[in-house]
Ligand binder design. Sequence first.
Ligand code: DX5
Ligand code: ZN
Length: 223
Amino acid sequence: MSSEPHIKIAPSILSADFGRLAEEVQEGVKAGADYIHVDIMDGHFVPNITFGWATVDVIKKAAGHVPLDLHLMISDPDRYLKDFIQAGADILTVHVEACSHIQRTLTHIRDLGGKSGVALNPGTPISSIENVLGNLDLLLLMTVNPGFGGQKYISSVETKIRRASEMLKSGGYQSELEVDGGITPITAPHAVNAGATVLVAGSAVYGNEGDPIVNIKKLRESI
Ligand code: DX5
Ligand code: ZN
């Protein structure tokens, strides 16, 4: 069992049935999702391509009061921050590997009225963002290499989750600590024990023609 008071669950609609996108988002909301996680991919920073603003707008309407957690897997994200905020992003997470001036980018997100997030690939050290912890509302540690749903959880990232959690706590920072990739009822308790406070789950919620409500319940019961 975790010592955290409330671990947030963020279903990733990447694994949803896009023909029923609005309904799938609403099922996540009904199941008590804390955030709806939206993966934006550009075919450049990662090999895959997903959604643009028009789709984010549809997802926002379906999500109602549940905040949108936008995960930008795109090169040079500064070009598009304003558009994604206008389309309804509440949390806007950029990859540190995609930004030349991460402090400026995070400050810009907050200036636009969003919550600022930064994501780190499994191979990127925590030292890359230790000087911007005060500019962060959310730190996303990838537990797979980004680009696709349904990949295997990389358990060695847990060392980094532990270190990040200690750094945030000892510095008195309020940032959430999110993990993304391969999260299931088997892996979720390990990530939470290492210090994760937000769990993104795509295929474990929407995959295998399962029922998102049942699947989110299973995830909650596992931690
Ligand atoms: C992967 C995306 C994830 C993806 C996770 O690059 O960032 O959000 O949807 O999918 P699962 O939970 O299936 O690993
Ligand atoms: Zn993601």
